[in-house]
Write a protein that binds this ligand. Structure first.
Ligand code: ZN
Length: 187
């Protein structure tokens, strides 16, 4: 029997609830991330604190694990490349089956369950592909490469309303259609 993971940070004992359907244990732990998790613009850094709320329920088929993860990811904004640090909250639920019964992705090992793979995968899959420093980050000025502030929006974006106004402007393209006089009065 392999015991090499028995003392890992994401290993929880279930000896006292195994084969006792209805029994439940709850754990709250803080674990330092054992590695950098995530390969994109943002990741959970090695050593970052991961808050783990775990509920272990004994059911007929095995141990039902419910967990809530609270941590923080860091990296850069995908638009303006500013350093960012954002909270990350993710939950999972998974059945750890008893060995030798129905095939399960995860099994109760001896007298414990090891949640590291689940915690890691849950975190990595919930990291944003296009992280932003703020929802309306205007990004970088296409001409200067400087970071734009929210109230200095570049001139480039084509708002359909402005396009329509330009079309109405005389001398523009020579094809402008002048609005009827009473239309302009109303608007
Ligand atoms: Zn940004």
């Amino acid at each position: 029997m392999s015991r090499k993971h028995l003392n890992g940070p994401f290993v929880f004992p279930v000896r006292d609830i195994v084969r006792h359907p209805g029994e439940m244990r709850e754990h709250r732990v803080e674990v330092a991330s054992p590695a950098k998790w995530g390969e994109g613009l943002v990741s959970v850094a090695e050593g970052e604190i991961i808050d783990l709320d775990v509920r272990l329920e004994s059911v007929h088929e095995g141990i039902l694990v419910s967990a809530q993860i609270d941590t923080e990811y860091t990296g850069v904004c995908g638009r303006c490349l500013t350093d960012i640090a954002q909270p990350l909250e993710v939950e999972f639920q998974e059945l750890f089956g008893y060995p030798g019964e129905e095939a399960n992705d995860f099994e109760v090992q001896d007298d414990h369950v090891d949640l590291e793979t689940l915690v890691r995968d849950s975190i990595v899959l919930s990291l944003p592909f296009q992280p932003v420093c703020q929802p309306d980050c205007p990004g970088l000025d296409p001409n200067t490469g400087e970071r734009l502030t929210s109230d200095a929006v570049p001139e480039a974006p084509v708002d359909p309303r402005w396009a329509a106004l330009k079309a109405l402007t005389p001398d523009h393209d020579g094809e402008a259609v002048r609005p009827a006089a009473d239309d302009t009065e109303k608007s």
